[in-house]
Design a protein around this ligand. Structure first.
Ligand SMILES: *Cc1c(COP(=O)(O)O)cnc(C)c1O
Length: 423
């Protein structure tokens, strides 16, 4: 029988956990590409609202979640933790495997956790329009939903090839009232310049970011919103790990050996592991495992250095593991993991040996995604399937070594919008 641990509504975390307060090192600051000096907060304020800029560099350990955001979290949180008994049985492993399921959110992934917070802070800071980019549409749909909730219009620049090939999430964004523009577009001078050279350009995340930033910078009341990588995004995602802690306590397995998440920009992974940082720092034997695709192996094969956050070279320089901003990842189905860089917090922890990065091939991840769907009754997002592959690897290791092991992973989203990938 599958075991499910639910928290009561009143057990929803009331604060986000800010790992910057506890990490035993100071992060290298983001640099302004014009001066190569640490970027001035005023420059960030042209793009982000003040509370977000403050959170980005805050050293306060617990940051209270505003009531308005808690109310919206309560629509789908706390999310369930399952014990993967069917998978355990299939693998014949002595390991106990748990997974935290974020696919129950309104748009089917963890991204709503930060979208709601960002939309709220923009609202109270007077932002009148939010603009962002999206690849396959996970982030765009999360922000569209949040914009509707906090009454801010949302404009999404969606990579043209996805816009044409994967219209489902475009419909979802439209359903939540957002306007979706295929990128490159005629709406920005950057988009126009691309189309002049090549009217058939299929678009890229880099071009879409450039267009969204151009729009945000051209109007004082329009701001930009980012769905991963930055400290404040990881901060908002810590509701995931905090809930896991309580759920493990309830089930009586409060000392996990391995905690796993898939890693694209690092937000669901960071949100999962960071709340366990104090335990790790106090000497508990917990391994943090970041699962990425072999096709886009930023943490396992990238270089640790300053690089642009986007491929157009418009953002501040971030110190991270990177494959180079010009790296064009193969078109694997896990669109959310096709990012050249990593979150600076996660990158530094990898550098310090506090995180084990692992990579898995598309073939292997889909193999386990299919098995997982059939056993556990949840179709995983292709991104999340990387976490499953890593969990299976550890569970088989436990079997080989004949030892008990407690493995926890985050299933960041469902794959019901990704069935063409399965096909
Ligand atoms: C976007 C996305 C990811 C990757 O982003 P992170 O910031 O690394 O979490 C992973 N899983 C799903 C379902 C996504 O939508």
């Amino acid at each position: 029988m599958r075991v499910r641990v639910d928290l009561k509504p009143e057990e929803l975390p009331r604060s986000w956990y800010n790992a910057l307060a506890d990490l035993p090192f100071e992060l290298d600051p983001p640099l302004d590409p014009e001066t190569m000096k640490p970027i001035k907060p005023e420059k960030l304020l042209a793009i982000f609202p003040r509370p977000i800029v403050e959170q980005e560099a805050s050293d306060q350990r617990f940051i209270p979640i505003p009531e308005e955001v808690l109310k919206e979290y309560a629509v789908y949180r706390p999310t369930p933790l399952f014990r993967a008994t069917y998978l355990e049985e299939y693998l014949q492993t002595p390991a106990r495997i748990y997974y935290k399921y974020e696919g129950v959110s309104p748009t089917g992934s963890h991204k709503v956790n930060t979208a709601l917070a960002q939309a709220y802070y923009n609202k109270i800071d007077g932002t009148e329009r939010l603009v962002t980019e999206t690849g396959a549409g996970q982030w765009g749909s999360a922000l569209s939903y949040a914009g509707k909730k906090f009454d801010i219009p949302v404009d999404v620049y969606m990579v043209k090839i996805s816009y044409e090939q994967k219209p489902m999430r475009k419909y979802l964004m439209n359903l939540f009232g957002a306007s979706v523009t295929p990128s490159p577009s005629e709406k920005t001078s950057f988009g126009k310049s691309i189309l002049q050279k090549d009217p058939e350009n299929p678009g890229s995340l880099g071009i879409a970011i450039a267009e969204a930033l151009e729009v945000a910078l051209s109007d004082e009341k329009t701001r930009y919103s980012l769905g991963s990588v930055l400290n404040h995004v990881l901060l908002h995602q810590t509701v995931i790990g905090q809930e896991i802690k309580k759920q493990l306590q309830i089930i009586g397995d409060k000392e996990p050996n391995v905690i796993i998440g898939c890693h694209g920009g690092g937000s669901n992974f960071g949100g999962t592991i960071l709340p366990f940082l104090p335990e790790k720092l106090s000497g508990k034997d917990i391994e943090f495992v970041a699962a990425e695709p072999t096709a886009c192996p930023s943490l396992t094969e990238g270089e640790y250095r300053y690089d642009f956050g986007d491929s157009a070279g418009l953002t501040p320089l971030l110190k991270m593991y990177t494959l180079g901003k010009d790296f064009i990842p193969p078109k694997i189905h896990a669109g959310g993991l096709r990012y050249h860089g990593s979150a600076p917090i996660i990158a530094r922890m990898v550098k310090e040996g506090m995180i084990t990065p692992k990579s898995h091939s598309q073939e292997e991840t889909f193999k386990y995604a299919k098995i997982f769907s059939q056993l556990e009754g949840i179709v995983p997002a292709p991104e999340s399937a990387h976490a499953i592959a890593a969990a299976v690897e550890y569970a088989l290791k436990a079997k080989e070594q004949k030892r008990e092991m407690v493995i926890v992973f985050t299933l960041s989203g469902h794959g019901l919008h990704d069935l063409t990938a399965y096909a």
